[in-house]
Design a protein. Sequence first.
Length: 292
Amino acid sequence: MLLLDFPWALADCISNPRISEVLLAFDNVVRASRLPPVGFVEQAEQLELWQQFEHLPAGNRYRPLMQFLRHCTRTATSNCEAILDPEPSLLRDCWKRALCDALQDTSNWRSPQIVVSAIRAADWPAAGEIAILISPYEGNGLRGPFLRMIKPLENYADHPFTTSDLDPWDLRRTHPPDMNGAQPCYLPRPRDLDDCPLWELRDRLAQIRAKDWNEGDRRSFLPPEAFDPLAVDKPTWRNGRAFPHRKCQHSDRSGPIDASGNIWAWDRSERHWDVQLSDGGYVRVSHDGRIL
């Protein structure tokens, strides 16, 4: 999920053009990522806004605010608040309550991502992560800390984990290309997985395994049946080991093993996959699935 850092009052969205730009940029990130936003604007604050502005004239001036409210309205209320360490300035109580609720599944290390605009970047840690604790409520003790990512709003797509944290086929971080535009280290995905969100991946993989997932001369990497993307911890995933790995029989290399028992070993110098076949021999496959 995406949680926008928003320390302002709703009325500021109408009077301050820079805040409207933040809301428009967040709307673009939500649409492009297709990740659900965390709602934190509670009903009492909205009611106060409508009482202040009984009638909002039509026009693009108010469009950012209306889109923002569609994304970030919160119907539930809670006494639980998140505690951030270090805590940025001006965080609102309703925002900290929404963060606390979004952390109820603490095993999901990807969520929520805190998205911070450039005009607020100096208020947040530069390291790219922040420690969060969940405050005691209903007799529960303090829990945490839990580390969650901080991502730049204006350059969200360029963040090194934006794609790779949701795509285990993307191994460009572990084997980055040189400056000459060499072929990227990317396992070829089955085409049926295009636009498949991570949380639906296991079911979609089961459907693909029921048929021949290779298309003509194109080869794709399909992980073994036991692979569960939501069960892989963050260090393992970010070290490029989301898929099960195995050592090659006749070399000191290793690589992810596919559903047929083949080992995909990356050739760092020639920038392609050496696929060690389970029945002997090997084939060379490009990052986009072409047999070389």
